[in-house]
Design a protein around this ligand. Structure first.
Ligand code: ADQ
Length: 449
């Protein structure tokens, strides 16, 4: 979102990411003043709100449920109450800067109630909402005790956006089952309102990644980062060495253990690739306060240890594991140095890493192995598409990727690059905003009849 935030001359309202109690009033004033200069309006949250609203209802209830991890979803009336009150805070902060005729774009699952909260006080404001994660099938969604309230909250919007059509379809069937509203084409008829819904597959700032990758290649060796120098040395030691890249937040939806097991299976089945192929695995620390994330960290640590213990030697480490966030420069170096991107989430709204890898392949080589469970798979037919629960198939796909002729890699990559470049983040935002105005016009035509 950083790439587009200056495109639209508006205010950005949100939680600045720190707890109110951790700062003095003077420090908070300074934070507010700095953010104010960037047209950002902070909504400060307390430790309790962060715990119950953000780590609680958002990340312990909605996140697992919408990613089909029903066994992880915690249905807790206390976190639900705080989710409502923080949504109200966000809505109130937004209302305080709104004027009649303005438009608002609300983002993601932490703010599902905000559209209705704004609409009920400001009916003359046009409200858009975009969901960055999947919307699950009704059979999963219905398990939530507050299912009607959440949908009512979303239906306060004039336009609802999803990454792919399947999520929109699930949303429509939920609206029909819970409220019986009529839906024709992409329009939901709700009493005196018409609400539009559509798929807007989120793009990336393609040129930013592509240009940065070009600049990386052109740098003289001594100016390259230490990571890049080490990567180049690695390839110099033997020309048939290969790197496979894995990048995600450390999240149970990303299928990291499955990926590691598939890599181990590959090394077992194809011993000729041992000492030649390394998996570079970057896991960004995420939501460490939530217990399922702590268990996942332990599982991943153990799997990496066992693979390196079994297949490693003094001069070969099968998995290079980094548990940290990396600066943009290093990210680009990894994208442009790795021969294969292994992206195997068990559920993912979109997955931008796949698009960033494509944009960074300036010489058009490289292969993507991609889970069919990621929204991005709908746009990437040229990738090797796998089922992340099928370890054997994933192991075979690693073999296929590593032995794919260069001509074929380039042909596939060219198609992918054309598509991802065309529908970039600017186009995505523009299309959404254009549809938001269309939703406003449809609504006023409807009222005029
Ligand atoms: P995420 O679940 O966070 O986003 P994703 O779309 O892959 O997943 O975006 C991750 C971002 O973090 C990428 O831009 C990537 O470059 C960056 N990143 C990853 N590892 C990093 C590292 N080690 N260091 C620095 N940066 C790193 C949610 C949904 C997705 C959806 C997006 C956008 O879960 O499905 O694609 O929102 O809508």
């Amino acid at each position: 979102m950083k790439s587009i935030y200056k495109e639209y001359n508006g205010s950005w309202i949100g939680w600045p990411g720190v707890a109110r109690e951790d700062h003095t009033t003077k420090e908070l004033d300074q934070i507010d003043a700095l953010l104010g200069k960037e047209n950002c309006v902070p909504v400060h949250l307390s430790h309790e709100e962060i715990n119950l609203y953000y780590e609680g209802f958002s990340n312990r209830t909605i996140w697992p449920l919408f990613h089909y991890f029903t066994q992880y979803a915690d249905f807790n009336a206390d976190t639900w109450e705080v989710y409502k009150s923080v949504n109200q805070k966000m809505a109130d902060a937004t209302i305080s800067v709104l004027e009649d005729g303005d438009s608002v774009w609300v983002h993601d699952y932490q703010l599902l109630l905000v559209p209705e909260m704004i609409k009920s006080k400001k009916p003359n404001v046009t409200v858009g909402f975009f969901l960055h994660i999947p919307f699950p099938s009704y059979e999963v969604f219905r398990t939530l005790p507050w299912r009607k309230e959440l949908i009512k909250g979303m239906l306060g919007a004039d336009l609802l956006g999803f990454h792919v059509y399947d999520y929109e379809r699930h949303f429509f069937s939920t609206v029909r089952r819970l409220f019986g509203y009529e839906i024709s084409f992409n329009q939901i008829h709700v009493e005196d309102r018409i609400i539009l819904a559509d798929a807007f597959p989120m793009g990336i700032d393609y040129d930013k990644f592509h240009d940065a990758a070009l600049a990386t290649h052109q740098k003289p060796l001594q100016e390259k980062s230490r990571l890049h120098q080490e990567l180049e040395k690695y390839f110099l030691t033997s020309p048939d060495r290969r790197l496979i890249l894995s990048i995600d937040r450390l999240d149970y939806t990303k299928g990291i253990p499955n990926r590691l097991k598939a890599f181990a299976r590959f090394l077992e089945k194809y011993p000729e690739f041992r000492y030649k192929v390394t998996l570079v695995m970057l896991a960004v620390p995420s939501r460490g306060q939530v217990d399922h994330y702590q268990q996942l960290k332990k599982e991943v640590d153990e799997l990496v240890g066992s693979i390196n213990g079994l297949y490693g030697s003094i001069n070969y480490t099968p998995v290079w594991y980094f548990y940290r966030s990396l600066p943009f420069e290093n990210l680009i170096e990894l994208y442009s140095s790795c021969d294969v991107a292994l992206i195997t989430p068990v559920r993912d709204g979109m997955n931008l890493v796949a698009k960033e890898y494509v944009a960074s392949r300036t010489n058009k080589s490289g292969v993507i192995i991609l889970s069919e469970m990621a929204g991005v798979a709908k746009e990437m037919g040229e990738a090797i598409i796998i089922n992340p629960n099928d370890e054997n198939d994933m192991a075979e796909s690693i073999y296929q990727a590593l032995t794919m002729p260069l001509d074929e890699q380039r042909e596939r990559m060219s198609f992918l690059q054309d598509r991802i470049k065309r529908y970039d983040i600017f186009k995505w935002a523009h299309e959404f905003v254009k549809s938001l105005f269309k939703a406003r016009d449809i609504q006023s035509d409807f009222l005029a009849k």
